[in-house]
Design a protein around this ligand. Structure first.
Ligand SMILES: *Cc1c(COP(=O)(O)O)cnc(C)c1O
Length: 457
C-alpha cells in the first residue's frame, strides 16, 4: 500500500547520516586538482595544511574515499537543528495547478539562516581538534561569516571575519549577529593586511569584493600563529560536508518510495547544490539512475552558462592555489546584484566537471523574475526565502508549469537554502520597482577572460 505523503517528511535523529558522501570518489573522470601557483604541480595535503587544518587539507585532496565518517561532536551539533525537513509543497502545486509533485529541502532552520552551518561546524571542529586558537574567513552577504561565528563560539575558537565593505555598511545587523557570537568583523579591503592596503591604494573608496576579502583572510591566517583559514563554499571539503543535505533528502524520499525526476539548486560557489545532488549523482554516474540536475545562477553572474572552463585564480590577490573551474575570470566584478551569495566568479571544480561532462544542466535567471518567484512562494508556502534560494524556486516553478502544459507527472525536488530576513533592502527595491536586470555584455565578459592565467599546461 502506498503511504500518504505528509506535508513535512521528518526524519528522526537516528536517521541523521553517520557518513558524508564524497561525490568525487564516484566519478570516473575526476575533477581537476588544485595547482600550486608557483610550481603548477597539484597541491598536496601537506602544502594545503599551511592554510587549512590538516584534516580538512586531507579531505580537500581525497578523491577516492567514498564515505567519510561524521565526527560524533559534529553529529551532536547537527542534532540541534537537523535532520532538516523535506517539505511537500502541496499548496504551491495546487495554485500552480500542475500535475507535478514539488518537494523542497529547507536549510533555513537555524540562526545563521542557511545551509552554511553544516560545513562551518565541521571546519571549526577540526580546528579545535588540531589545537588551533582560531580561524579567519571572508564573508560577502554575511551568511557564511554568521555560520562560522556560531560554530567557533560553540568550540571556543577565535573567529576573524573579513566582510566585504559594501555589505558591512549595508547589513549592520548581520555584523552584530557575528559579534554576538564573539567574532571580530573587519570591513574589507582593510588596512590591516598587505593585500588590503594595496587594493585600497589602487582603488580608493572601493566597496570590496569576495575575491579581495578571501585574499585578506588568507594573508591574516598565515601571519598569525595558531590560525588557519576557512572558506564557506567552492572547496571539495565544503561539498563533502554539505552532502548531509542530499543524504537526508534521499532517505526521506526513499521512505515514501518517491523517485526524484528533476533536482534543482541555486549555484554560487556550488556547495549546496553539490551537497544536495551528491547521493543522486553518485547513482547516476554508476549508471543506476537517471535524474535531471539543474544548476541555477543569476544572469548577472553567469559562471556556468557563459563562463570558460579553465584554470583560474580563486581570489583577487592571487594568493590562493589555482583551480580548474567554469569561471568568469578573477577580475570579473558582478554588478551590484542582490543575490549576494551567488556572486562568486568561479564554480566548484566538481560541479564544473559534471557540467562539462554533460551530467548536469545549467540555467541563468534574471533578478526580477527571481523576486517574483520569491514573493509568490512566500505568499503560498509561508517561508520568506533568501534571494539566492529563490533562484531555485524560479526554475522549480518553471518546470512545474511545463508539466502543466504537457500533462506530465514529475517529481521535482529543489533546495531551499535559507531565509531572507537580512535581505529586505533587496525586497524593498523589488517592491518599489527599482530593481534592474543587469546582464553583462560579451565585451564585458571578455575583459574577465582576458585576465585568465596563461599556464601553457
Ligand atoms: C551562500 C549561499 C548560497 C550559495 O552558496 P553555494 O556554495 O553555491 O551553495 C545559496 N543560498 C544561501 C542562502 C546562501 O547563504
Amino acid at each position: 500500500m502506498k503511504k500518504e505523503i505528509p506535508y513535512k517528511i521528518y526524519l528522526d535523529e537516528s536517521e541523521l547520516p553517520k557518513y558524508w558522501l564524497n561525490l568525487r570518489a564516484f566519478m570516473d573522470k575526476k575533477p581537476a586538482p588544485l595547482l600550486n601557483p608557483k610550481t603548477l604541480n597539484p597541491m598536496t595535503a601537506e602544502e594545503l595544511s599551511s592554510v587549512f587544518c590538516a584534516e580538512l587539507a586531507r579531505q580537500e585532496v581525497d578523491d577516492t574515499t567514498k564515505y567519510i565518517e561524521i565526527p560524533t561532536e559534529v553529529r551532536d551539533f547537527y542534532k540541534m537543528y537537523r535532520p532538516a525537513p523535506l517539505i511537500r509543497a502541496y499548496c504551491l502545486e495546487k495554485v500552480l495547478d500542475t500535475p507535478a509533485h514539488i518537494y523542497y529541502k529547507f536549510e533555513g532552520n537555524n540562526t545563521s539562516g542557511s545551509h552554511k552551518l553544516n560545513s562551518a561546524i565541521a571546519q571549526a571542529y577540526y580546528a579545535k581538534e588540531q589545537g588551533l586558537k582560531g580561524v579567519t574567513t571572508e564573508t560577502g552577504a554575511g551568511q557564511w561569516g554568521t555560520a562560522l561565528s556560531m560554530a567557533c563560539s560553540y568550540f571556543g575558537l577565535d573567529c576573524n571575519v573579513y566582510m566585504v565593505k559594501v555589505s558591512y555598511e549595508q547589513k549592520p545587523f548581520r555584523r552584530e549577529v557575528m559579534r554576538t557570537y564573539g567574532a571580530t568583523v573587519t570591513p574589507s579591503p582593510s588596512m590591516t593586511t598587505e593585500v588590503g592596503r594595496k587594493i585600497n591604494e589602487e582603488f580608493p573608496g572601493t566597496g570590496g569584493s569576495l575575491g579581495c576579502a578571501i585574499s585578506e583572510a588568507v594573508e591574516a591566517a598565515s601571519n598569525k600563529d595558531g590560525y588557519r583559514y576557512a572558506l564557506g563554499s567552492v572547496l571539495n571539503q565544503v561539498l563533502l560536508h554539505q552532502s548531509v543535505i542530499g543524504l537526508e533528502t534521499k532517505t526521506a524520499l526513499d521512505k515514501y518510495g518517491v523517485k526524484a525526476d528533476i533536482i534543482i539548486g541555486c549555484a554560487g560557489g556550488g556547495s549546496n547544490l553539490g551537497g544536495l545532488i551528491a547521493p543522486f549523482m553518485a547513482e547516476q554516474v554508476e549508471g543506476k539512475a537517471n535524474y535531471r540536475f539543474i544548476a541555477v545562477e543569476p544572469a548577472s553572474c553567469p559562471t556556468l552558462t557563459r563562463g570558460k572552463y579553465a584554470y583560474d585564480y580563486c581570489d583577487t590577490g592571487k594568493v590562493c592555489p589555482l583551480a580548474k573551474m567554469y569561471t568568469l575570470g578573477s577580475g570579473f566584478i558582478p554588478s551590484a546584484s542582490h543575490a549576494g551569495g551567488l556572486r562568486y566568479h568561479g564554480m566548484t571544480s566538481t560541479l564544473s566537471e559534471l557540467y562539462d561532462q554533460g551530467l548536469m544542466e545549467a540555467r541563468s535567471v534574471e533578478q526580477t523574475k527571481v523576486f517574483e518567484a520569491a514573493e509568490y512562494f512566500a505568499r503560498i508556502e509561508g517561508i520568506l526565502p533568501a534571494p539566492e534560494s529563490a533562484h531555485a524556486i524560479r526554475v522549480a516553478i518553471d518546470e512545474a508549469l511545463k508539466c502543466k502544459e504537457t500533462g506530465e507527472h514529475k517529481n521535482i525536488v529543489f533546495g531551499l537554502t535559507g531565509t531572507g530576513y537580512f535581505d529586505m533592502m533587496s525586497y524593498e527595491k523589488f517592491h518599489d520597482g527599482k530593481m534592474s536586470d543587469y546582464i553583462p555584455s560579451d565585451e564585458e565578459l571578455q575583459k574577465g577572460f582576458a585576465g585568465l592565467p596563461d599556464l601553457k599546461l
